[in-house]
Unconditional design. Structure first.
Length: 222
């Protein structure tokens, strides 16, 4: 799942990026409102974390612009303004939730899970053959066995299952898993595919991850 952070404090951005990546989320970020609107309008995000006090355009204007453009991505506002009036204004312009700084990262994760669950319950769990992926709990099971995955392995498996039966090139895989500030992931796609195969295919008779020579990879239960 992919999250956009729109926040002008780079220390907070780096803190959030680190924590969210450890939870298997892919993260993009913007340091001002204008760029945030552009990224949210041209990419598919599962959730947006939006600061109110932003340069160029503030968070209220960003939220209002996105909603007027019919972008319904869940938005959690993060702000030092914690008065009831400010919360009401934020919710009225289209935010889904409002969290005052300083906040507990554990609470933020819980609020993210609530918004993702409400966004589309049917997308919480993915399944192919006897392999199951829970996107909120960040767990993977095959034939009832728990499979321990790293954050990047989990993201790769999620992308494969969401595109099951489709041949995915290394370039497409790397671009979907990379953050906009990362450029070298394409060199490691084969490594992650190898690691995934060892965990979800090698111990089982039915192999799910296929190599399509010269084209890329796919996951299927045929």
């Amino acid at each position: 799942m992919k999250i956009l952070i729109i926040e002008d404090d780079i220390k907070i951005v780096n803190f959030l990026k680190k924590g969210l990546k450890e939870e298997s989320y892919t993260v993009d970020y913007s340091l001002n409102g204008d760029e945030g609107i552009y990224l949210a309008s041209t990419n598919n995000y599962d959730l947006i974390l939006l600061d109110i006090m932003l340069p160029v355009k503030d968070g209220m204007e960003v939220c209002k612009t996105l909603r007027s453009s019919n972008i319904q991505t869940p938005i959690i506002m993060l702000t030092a303004k914690d008065s009831i009036e400010d919360k009401i204004i934020g919710l009225d312009v289209g935010a889904n939730d409002y969290l005052a700084k300083p906040f507990s990262f554990a609470e933020l994760l819980a609020r993210i899970r609530v918004q993702l669950r409400a966004k589309n319950t049917s997308d919480i769990k993915l399944k192919i053959a006897d392999l199951e992926l829970d996107l909120l709990q960040k767990t993977a099971k095959r034939n009832g066995d728990n499979i321990v995955l790293t954050a990047k392995e989990f993201s790769l498996l999620e992308f494969l299952i969401k595109n099951k039966g489709r041949v995915l090139s290394e370039t497409l895989i790397s671009s979907s898993l990379s953050n906009i500030d990362e450029m070298n992931l394409s060199n490691t796609v084969n490594v992650y595919i190898y690691r995934l195969r060892n965990k979800i295919d090698k111990p089982y008779e039915q192999k799910l991850i296929k190599t399509v020579r010269g084209l890329g990879f796919k996951i299927c239960d045929e």
